[in-house]
Design a protein. Structure first.
Ligand SMILES: Nc1ncnc2c1ncn2[C@@H]1O[C@H](COP(=O)(O)OP(=O)(O)OP(=O)(O)O)[C@@H](O)[C@H]1O
Length: 626
């Protein structure tokens, strides 16, 4: 039975029907990290909302005062008209100042909060994604991941940056306005609410439709990004095989689908704006009609009617604002949904909470001590560490399709082993299992007697160095490509370069160790990249060295240099070497021959040739140059 969960669908297919509130709550832990900012920005909504709602009331009072109607406030009665109007003007000015000063400040606080939230989400996403097992990256195209990390987080940021979260202050204003309206004249207030409710329902409906369309358009955008990324990474093949037109056609089709989904979402967006536009006008007409009737019956003053006309207008302003920010807010919700899809992706390969063992403190204590120990050791002795043991290991990438079948062997400390076999035999899979990029379906792998599941991944991967066929270089200088962020002294960097015969090449570069390399090292040759990868391994002083076709890309001259470096690097270390060219592995201690995931032969070159089995046939074919 596989220990892996059944292969999951890509996150976007895994979409849950989470409602907006639940999605919104997912942001709370992030908002809580900036608790004070959140509290202050929410608190400021109160004075802003009150100032906003008092203004129509003051205008109503001014009209009543001029017309000498009943209903004028006590403090305005028994004053001259001009005195009363001056007081109202003064109060009006105060509300304007409160609104202007606090709205700007509140907006600034909310944007700051938003930027902090999105920055924290971006960092969490990056950390989570880089902790996921290789398995996840094999089923998720890079373009899709980039869309999540960049475009979706950006959309979330837009909700704050464009002031779309101002919707909360708008909603708060609406509640205060409703309160004021009912306190003045409940019948007209009720009329306005009866218009508001169906409209709110209609908007919720449009919003749901928009969300669906927006989600689909985001998926198409992910596809566009994936295609773009694939074409850029494979530009050599695209151009060499004249696939430009074919790929352009594929891209055009994906783009067409994206535009189609985008059109649907734009339609719902426009529908919301249009609805709110005419509803606002209808509300004012309704107030004038009902207010006019009440006025004729002397049940309403002009002052209150004017206040209500303004309230009708203001009541719909938050909804109109909502319509304007509708696209941004909905895209924000879609973004939270998609970002959560990645954050909810389980980390399949985890360190145990308290790793029971440390391969490093088995004998020597901490890693620095082991490295010192390694450097002062007598290189003629057999090392004590670096034993690798596979105990009845079975492994399948999916279901029961085993690519490794019952591997059971021990590699002794300091032993050099070559893994050979036809393509697809499972050689690289053995290495991936040993590095714990995947976990065996059955069986155990032990290093120095400790199950690798008991060892912290960082420690395990520091204990061994893997050199692949294609060295991957990061944008940065030569030096940082050797240290990879760990702290090493200048002497150590130079020594590692000397040991691996790459020092001469580095010294010829315009700025030596400080020469900037482009991303993926496009400004140096494959052989030079590979030499740097050797220096990277040498500086780490690993106990186990793994070479996966590491010299396959080198020309004869560079290979001789590398071979010399390798001989030095391999001394007193356990090594596993994968090579298709059998001539390069003749001197290893033992050769393991893999075929369809099974270990079918093992022994020294001479023994295997003498046995006349599969290895011998492979060797003879290579000798004949077939
Ligand atoms: N990520 C993967 N998902 C599913 N199957 C895989 C995956 N990687 C490899 N395989 C399959 O596992 C088998 C062993 O592959 P592996 O890469 O270990 O072979 P290999 O001996 O290293 O081959 P080569 O010499 O060509 O590098 C192959 O049948 C391959 O198709």
């Amino acid at each position: 039975m596989s220990i892996y969960p059944k292969p999951k669908k890509a996150p976007e297919n895994n979409r849950q029907n989470s409602n907006d509130w639940r999605l919104f709550l997912r942001l709370l832990p992030y908002a809580r990290r900036s608790g004070k900012l959140l509290a202050l920005s929410m608190f400021l909504l109160v004075p802003i909302g009150v100032a906003n709602s008092v203004q129509p009331l003051l205008i109503g009072q001014a009209v009543s005062l001029i017309r000498q109607e009943p209903g004028v406030y006590e403090f305005l009665k028994n004053r001259s008209l001009i005195e009363g109007l001056n007081i109202i003007q003064g109060l009006f000015l105060v509300t304007i100042i409160i609104k202007l000063a606090l709205t700007g400040y509140q907006g600034y606080l909310v944007q700051k909060l938003g930027q902090r939230i999105t920055a924290a989400i971006r960092v969490d996403l990056f950390h989570h994604v880089t902790s996921l097992a290789v398995n996840f990256f094999e089923r998720t195209p890079i373009g899709k991941l980039i869309t999540r990390l960049i475009n979706d987080v950006e959309s979330l940021g837009d909700v704050f940056a464009t002031g779309a979260v101002g919707i909360f202050s708008d909603l708060f204003s609406m509640l205060v306005i409703i309160g004021f309206m009912f306190s003045i004249q409940w019948q007209i207030a009720l009329l306005l609410i009866s218009v508001l409710l169906p409209i709110a329902w209609l908007i919720i409906y449009f919003q749901k439709q928009y969300r669906k369309a927006n989600y689909k358009s985001r998926e198409e955008l992910s596809r566009i990004n994936s295609q773009l990324q694939e074409n850029i990474v494979g530009i050599d093949v695209v151009q060499l095989f004249r696939r430009e037109n074919f790929n352009s056609e594929l891209f055009r089709n994906t783009n067409k689908k994206y535009i189609k989904e985008l059109d649907t979402s734009i339609w719902y967006d426009s529908a919301v704006s249009a609805t709110l536009e005419w509803v606002g006008l209808i509300a004012i007409a309704g107030v004038l009609w009902a207010g006019g009737l009440l006025l004729l019956e002397d049940n309403l003053t002009f002052g209150i009617l004017s206040a209500f006309v303004l309230y009708a207008q203001r009541l719909f302003i938050p909804l109109q604002n909502f319509a304007e920010k509708f696209t941004t807010i909905q895209s924000g919700f879609t973004a939270i949904e998609r970002v959560n899809g990645v954050l909810d992706e389980p980390i399949e390969i985890r360190d145990k909470a308290n790793p029971r063992f440390s391969i490093l403190d088995n004998k020597f204590g901490y890693i620095d001590e082991i490295i010192n120990g390694l450097e002062t050791q007598n290189f003629t002795q057999t090392p004590e560490l670096g034993e690798i043991k596979f105990e009845n290991v079975w492994f399948a990438y999916k279901d029961d399709d085993y690519v490794i079948k019952d591997l059971d062997f021990t590699i002794h400390p300091g032993e050099k082993i070559a893994l050979v076999g036809p393509t697809g035999a499972g050689k690289s899979s053995v290495i991936r299992l040993l590095c714990r990029l995947y976990e065996p379906t059955q069986g155990r792998i032990l290093i120095d007697g400790v199950d690798i599941r008991e060892i912290a991944q960082a420690e395990l991967r520091r204990y061994m160095a893997v050199i692949l066929q294609e060295a991957f270089l990061f944008a940065g200088d030569v030096k940082s490509n050797i240290t990879l962020g760990d702290s090493y002294s200048w002497e150590e960097i130079e020594q590692a370069a000397e040991k691996t015969n790459v020092a001469d090449f580095i010294n010829q570069l315009p700025q030596g160790y400080d020469t900037e390399l482009r991303a993926r090292g496009t400004n140096i040759s494959s052989g030079q990249k590979q030499l740097l990868a050797f220096a990277r391994a040498a500086i780490r002083n690993p106990q186990i060295l793994i070479l996966d076709e590491a010299t396959a890309n080198l020309d004869v001259g560079t290979e001789a240099l590398v071979q010399q470096a390798l001989n030095q690097l391999l001394t007193r270390r356990t090594a596993i070497i994968i090579a298709h060219r059998l001539s390069t592995i003749r001197n290893v201690d033992r050769i393991f021959v893999l075929k369809r995931g099974e270990l079918i032969e093992q022994g020294s070159h001479e023994q295997l040739i003498a046995e006349g089995g599969f290895y011998s046939t492979l060797h003879n074919l290579q000798m004949l140059g077939i």
